[in-house]
Design a protein around this ligand. Structure first.
Ligand code: NAI
Length: 329
């Protein structure tokens, strides 16, 4: 009998949480033979709604769902006890008139207690994926408040940006999205991110050979990916949810499954100084996994154009860190 793994999802009754947990429970991520115990965490006023979500999970009768634990955000250690994965979705979304700096100060404190509870209660092999925005800096706060948990267990989600970029490249080239690979997202999950088309491939060929409209690659392609979240809000009247949940699951799959040869997946991890990026910053990099360990793709070279984009987004990460320096443990 395979021992169950425990997966905590904060903000489990919110848009992204709700769109994620049924797919995790179904066996899609960890496989049909791996039982999963879901730990659903919400703020106290939302616990009643969480009871309804729990009923729906029961009503799906997923053979892979081995149990459900519910906890409130005032008792995070109960929520994270023995968890192998902590998926940090719960946070306050940006409201009209709120500046990015305001959001950092509102959500930052959530991640100090998150980090402490992970260190105190989670399983020794815990891996943490932060979705709640600003996700790079929230991830940095959680990591700094989780002494004893290795820094290479912390990820912030840039997979939605990767998927958006791949989709744009495929549409421009007139190919199925499955033909696009090796799209790395550098820096911050924000409007300064750099989606790297220079190393992207389409049917195994450099995207820059297949797409000859380089003005589009350097201009509209980048800005479309950078501003896609705002475009979805403008059209849908609500922020990306199903696509964000899908990207969260893709992130976990990217970590636990070997990366196909010659490709990469995107997440922000603690910089080890690769590419001259300050060590310790939670930075989007192209990554590869061997199914156990994740590492930053080495040896890529960047044009002056690409480097200037990377510099902008790294500077923004430094500014965000400055904003929360009192929360860094
Ligand atoms: P939502 O408002 O629908 O759900 C958030 C949930 O978190 C709510 O149910 C709320 O009660 C809960 N929550 C708030 N504070 C909490 C706490 N301290 N502990 C546990 N739960 C808490 O928001 P949605 O759409 O699900 O988005 C969640 C976050 O994901 C937002 O910060 C959003 O900006 C971010 N996001 C990140 C993306 C990425 O690519 N990294 C993409 C899309 C959204």
């Amino acid at each position: 009998m395979v021992a169950p793994i425990r997966v905590a999802v904060t903000g489990a009754a919110g848009q992204i949480g709700y769109a994620s947990i049924f797919r995790i429970a179904s066996g899609e991520v960890f496989g049909p033979n791996q039982p999963v115990i879901l730990h659903l965490v919400e703020v106290p006023p939302v616990l009643k709604a969480l009871d309804g979500v729990h009923m729906e999970l029961d009503d799906c009768a997923f053979p892979t769902l081995a149990g459900v634990v519910k906890a409130d955000s005032d008792h995070l250690e109960d929520g994270f006890r023995d968890c192998n994965w902590v998926l940090c979705v719960g946070s306050i979304p940006r409201k009209a008139g709120m500046e990015r700096g305001d959001l950092i100060r509102v959500n930052g404190p959530i991640f100090t207690s998150t980090g402490r509870a992970i260190a105190a209660a989670a399983a020794p092999d815990v891996r943490v994926v932060v979705v709640g925005n600003p996700c790079n800096t929230n991830c940095l706060i959680a990591m700094k408040n989780a002494p004893g948990v290795p820094s290479n267990r912390f990820y912030a989600m840039t997979m939605l940006d990767q998927n958006r970029a791949a989709s744009q490249l495929a549409q421009k080239a007139g190919v199925p999205v499955g033909a696009v690979s090796n799209v790395g997202i550098w820096g911050n999950h924000s409007a300064t991110q750099y989606p790297d088309f220079y190393h992207a491939k389409i049917n195994g060929r450099p995207a820059t050979e297949v797409i000859t409209d380089h003005a589009w690659l350097q201009g509209d392609f980048i800005s479309t990916v950078q501003k896609r979240g705002a475009a979805v809000i403008a059209a849908r009247g609500a922020s990306s949810a199903a696509s964000a949940a899908n990207a969260l699951l893709d992130t976990v799959k990217g970590i636990i499954r070997p990366t196909p040869a010659g490709s990469c997946f995107s997440a922000a991890v603690c910089s080890d100084g690769s590419y001259g990026i300050e060590a310790g910053l939670i930075t989007g990099f192209p990554l590869v996994s061997d199914g156990q360990q994740v590492s930053i793709v080495q040896g890529q070279t960047h044009t002056a154009f690409a480097q200037s984009k990377i510099d902008i987004t790294i500077n923004e990460l430094r500014e965000e860190r400055e904003c929360v320096k009192d929360l860094l443990g």
